[in-house]
Design a protein around this ligand. Structure first.
Ligand SMILES: [Zn+2]
Length: 600
């Protein structure tokens, strides 16, 4: 029975281009996971989109002298192209400015309010002493009261990840003119987080399969839950569906309350677009479905506390829920640590960044996916260096897997032109095939438990084992003196490569598709992704999607019938010159902000 798997991927802000640190956290791991489960025969729904409200988008728009909408339009297009080019196989990558998203967010918010989980309270709001006007969160910075980080933002500390209100900041300052904000009483709506504290604590404690950092951080957080403001003094965002707020153009729903609802609203939109408007319920109102969330560690509490509180409060709904079952809570919250760049924090303002777009203009996507999985920040912070990228491409990806495929296919194609008919296998042949086929269990269970680095290492170890077998049996010499035995050896190798190709598909979809074709197979093992224009009038927008149901391949040992013609092979990966590392470092001029891409 296929399992319903929701792959819920963090929503990148439409406030700038995404660099490789971003996709190391939310992007590549989620796609490895989704592709694996599709090969396994499970029903995957992978959703996300650009997060277009909130402070970062407004700050970017100010800097670019555009409206927030124009900035969001621009970066939504840039980001969705980058994600497609990296092969991230979303069922739907949409945006938070759609009519559908507004409808779902407002339903969730209104329901929480009607049930008493959202209430009004007077709080101290920030005002500019120079203009007398409201000073939105985005214009307030200060020192984090928890970790002492000097550049904490008004709503969150980027250093320790804790959520803040502007009033919490020590030595708060206006980003406009450096003046100290004045705090005066203003009315806002608050989410009653303490009402959920007990249920959240029990639930989180029971999640022993979570990564320890996620579980421990969340448990500490629920110990001190306070009501949290869920409206903001802004004119950009989802209008508040509560009397007294509805018509106020300067009050909007707090971006993090709106963005996490996107996991639900995107599923609803996906179902609508397919013409099966209730299909989302199979993932969301089905106790058997499992929900996996992927993000960087700075977003943990939104997914383990805020969003679960919204889900618990919403219960069976609301307009959307229609009392057809409670919405599912996260099954796993897979948070990555941070990637640094040549020993420094990524900083777009200081030019310390490699944008996905620039990277893919010079290199293929699979070597990047390989690097970010093998050396990425899965369980601890890691550093990206160009020298290490070149080394891993040449000495690991190309030397082990690329060479194995290339030399076996070249010898076979030259001498047989087709998959050769094997004779009786020896013990050694059988043992090799059994070892490789065992990878479907070992690599598979590592991916299922979000240990992607170990899963990839295991697949690479098996590829090395097949390389050792090729070295020992010397098929290039054997074919001259014992053609029948050479046929058996090469068939054994091809059969192993065919299985390994499947195991590598979640990690390296583009080159796995090549191997699939080089072995004479038909169909898309990991096909291309597509854009679709959807919606009407003002709601017209472009989504990233794909027809994954038609993809071939399954997570099981290969059956490679003899006689299948083999096309002319060509290398899977490019060898990179060691000088490239120096050239790339020279591109990173720390004094110069990165230029806008010409095509965007
Ligand atoms: Zn902090």
């Amino acid at each position: 029975m296929p399992q319903k798997i929701l792959v819920a991927v963090a929503w990148p802000y439409a406030s700038g281009r995404r660099h490789i640190g971003h996709v190391a956290g939310f992007g590549v791991p989620s796609d490895v996971f989704a592709r694996y489960h599709r090969l396994k025969g499970n029903d995957v729904l992978m959703v996300s989109g650009t997060d277009e409200h909130g402070t970062p988008v407004m700050v970017a728009a100010d800097g670019e002298r555009r409206t927030p909408r124009e900035t969001a339009d621009h970066y939504n297009a840039v980001i969705r192209e980058d994600l497609r080019n990296l092969g991230l196989s979303y069922d739907l990558f949409t945006r938070t400015t759609t009519a559908n998203h507004y409808r779902v967010v407002r339903d969730v918010f209104r329901t929480l309010y009607e049930r008493g989980f959202i209430f009004e309270r007077t709080m101290l709001g920030a005002f500019s002493p120079t203009t007398g006007h409201t000073l939105p969160d985005r214009y307030i910075e200060g020192t984090c009261p928890i970790c002492g980080f000097p550049d904490a933002r008004g709503d969150q500390c980027d250093n320790c990840g804790n959520l803040l209100d502007p009033i919490d900041l020590l030595e708060p300052r206006s980003k406009i003119d450096g003046s100290t904000p004045e705090f005066r009483n203003t009315k806002h709506l608050f989410l009653d987080l303490p009402a959920f504290a007990e249920r959240l604590r029990e639930w989180i404690e029971a999640q022993r399969h979570w990564r320890p950092n996620v579980r421990n951080f969340s448990l500490r957080y629920v110990e001190e839950l306070q009501p949290r403001a869920v409206t903001r003094d802004l004119d950009w965002g989802v209008p508040v569906p509560v009397e007294g707020y509805e018509g106020d153009v300067n009050k909007r729903i707090y971006v993090w309350i709106d963005a996490v609802v996107g996991y639900l609203s995107a599923a609803v939109e996906w179902a609508e677009l397919r013409g099966t408007p209730d299909a989302w319920r199979d993932w969301w109102q089905n106790p058997e479905a499992r929900h996996f969330y992927f993000m960087g560690k700075d977003n943990i509490v939104f997914h383990t506390v805020i969003w679960p509180a919204e889900l618990l409060g919403y219960g069976e709904g609301g307009e959307l829920g229609a009392r057809r079952g409670a919405l599912g809570l996260p099954y796993d919250v897979v948070a990555s640590e941070f990637l640094t760049m040549e020993g420094r924090q990524f900083s777009t303002s200081r030019g310390v960044a490699v944008y996905v777009r620039d990277f893919l203009s010079r290199y293929d996507p699979d070597p990047l996916r390989y690097y970010l999985t093998a050396a990425g920040p899965e369980q601890q912070d890691t550093d990206f260096t160009w020298a290490e990228f070149v080394r891993r491409n040449n000495d690991e990806l190309l030397a082990t897997w690329g060479n194995l495929v290339n030399r076996v296919l070249t010898i076979t194609q030259r001498n047989f032109g087709a998959v050769p008919e094997p004779g009786t296998p020896t013990e050694v042949d059988r043992a090799l095939v059994a070892a490789v086929d065992g990878g479907f269990d070992t690599v598979g269970s590592l991916i299922e438990t979000a240990r992607f680095k170990a899963g990839l290492a295991e697949a690479m170890r098996l590829a090395s084992q097949v390389n050792g077998y090729v070295n020992d049996s010397e098929p290039w010499a054997l074919v001259q003196r014992d053609r029948e035995r050479a046929a058996t050896v090469l068939h054994t190798c091809l059969r192993c490569i065919d299985s390994l190709k499947t195991m590598f598909t979640p990690f390296l979809p583009f080159s796995s598709q090549r191997v699939h074709e080089l072995l004479g197979h038909q169909g898309q093992l990991a096909g291309s992704l597509a854009f679709a224009d959807v919606g009407e009038g003002d709601d017209r927008h472009t989504v990233l999607t794909g027809d994954y149901a038609s993809w071939v391949g399954r997570w099981a040992p290969a059956e490679l019938e003899p006689g299948r013609p083999l096309p002319q092979p060509s290398p899977l990966f490019r060898k990179l010159a060691p000088e490239l590392a120096e050239e790339e470092l020279a591109r990173m001029d720390p004094d110069r902000p990165a230029p806008e891409p010409a095509s965007a």
